[in-house]
Design a binder for this molecule. Structure first.
Ligand SMILES: NC(=O)c1ccc[n+]([C@@H]2O[C@H](COP(=O)([O-])OP(=O)(O)OC[C@H]3O[C@@H](n4cnc5c(N)ncnc54)[C@H](OP(=O)(O)O)[C@@H]3O)[C@@H](O)[C@H]2O)c1
Length: 321
């Protein structure tokens, strides 16, 4: 890990003067990161491929150079990605052009303007066979196109941009109705009146609460201790354990049946190989004394209380709403 003074610090640009560009701003982590950044008074450019944002397709090197050159950010938080495993497997060109070449484009542009770069990566760079949490020093060995393209993105960012952070997140949860991950899917089923939830008991991961991640990420950036980090909520539950916790938190355990299934149960819907374990140990963050991510069950409880606070929404069968 290297430690060099970044341009933001060198120029005294902090707080209201810092210029930050976010790619993939419309996504789940984008929303959480922007919520924290907006409180700092930083000057922000929010880009995404989606309409409604400053349009920037990170696959287009000229456009990335142009937008970065015009805004001249101190910090770029690169979140744009092709994140669907099934989509990436079916369309490797999309996966590699977005997750690897897109990261290369952003890294080159950051190097050209002297910006610090944050690249958010994934536990899916590992093969999942370890029987202990993965640390930053474990060798990646991705098992699908998504993981391979994200790992390549990590390597390109690190090689091109000296002032870069590669930060691996786990199973994200957050952003209420916009939560498109596992927790969001369970909550949606409950809101639709499901009386049974099926969840896999043999896949383990590190839940990652987006609000905690965003806060911790920006603290890390301020240290200018560049390098590779795991940033996750503490613990390593299975999907089924997470579903059980959701039911308990919502006081639905007596009314909704939880059926623990094996991975094959969802083979038609999710045919792409997934690591058995995606549990990450945040060793580098711990070493810096910067790990203020809550344990996953505390974070989940907080998330449900603050962003899904109307318990009645889970009690009404769909047909009567
Ligand atoms: N969600 C997780 O569980 C998780 C876990 C670990 C790491 N991560 C990483 O964290 C980062 C952010 O993830 P997220 O969950 O916020 O993903 P997300 O919700 O899918 O957001 C990504 C955003 O990037 C946009 N995008 C896709 N291709 C683009 C392109 N070529 N140029 C510009 N924008 C593009 C997406 O638009 P479309 O929706 O139209 O494609 C979307 O708005 C990603 O790098 C992801 O790999 C996510």
């Amino acid at each position: 890990m290297t430690s060099q003074p970044g341009r933001a610090a060198a120029s005294g640009r902090h707080g209201s003067q810092r210029r930050v560009m976010v790619t993939g701003a419309a996504g789940m982590l984008g929303s959480a990161v922007l919520a924290v950044l907006e409180k700092t008074g930083a000057q922000l450019v929010r880009t995404d491929i989606k309409p409604g944002w400053l349009k920037l397709d990170v696959r287009n090197r000229d456009d990335v150079n142009h937008v970065t050159g015009v805004f001249s950010p101190d910090l770029v938080i690169h979140l744009a990605a092709a994140t669907g495993l099934e989509v990436c497997e079916a369309d490797p060109q999309l996966s590699w052009s977005t997750n690897a070449a897109g990261a290369e484009n952003v890294a080159l542009a950051c190097a050209a303007v002297g910006a610090t770069l944050v690249y958010v990566s994934t536990a899916r760079v590992f093969d999942g066979t370890a029987d202990r949490p993965y640390t930053e020093s474990d060798a990646p060995n991705p098992v699908n196109e998504f993981g391979r393209s994200k790992l390549c993105g990590e390597e390109l960012v690190t090689a091109i941009c000296k002032r870069s952070f590669v930060v691996r997140a786990g199973w994200t949860m957050g952003e209420g109705q916009h939560d498109h991950t596992f927790v969001g899917a369970v909550l949606e089923q409950l809101r639709d009146g499901a009386d049974t939830i099926f969840a896999v008991g043999e896949q383990f991961g590190s839940p990652t609460y987006t609000a905690d991640f965003a806060r911790c990420l920006l603290r890390l950036v301020d240290t200018e201790r560049y390098g590779l980090y795991h940033m996750v909520s503490g613990g390593g539950p299975s999907r089924a354990e997470m579903a059980a916790q959701i039911l308990a938190e919502l006081d639905l355990a007596d009314r909704v049946r939880l059926v623990t299934v094996d991975t094959d149960h969802f083979a038609d819907r999710y045919p792409v190989a997934r690591p058995r374990s995606e549990v990450l140990a945040p060793a580098a963050l711990d070493d810096l004394g910067l790990n203020d991510m809550r344990p996953w069950d505390d974070a989940l409880s907080h998330y449900l209380q603050t962003e899904w606070s109307d318990p009645d929404q889970f009690l009404t069968p769909k047909a009567t709403r």
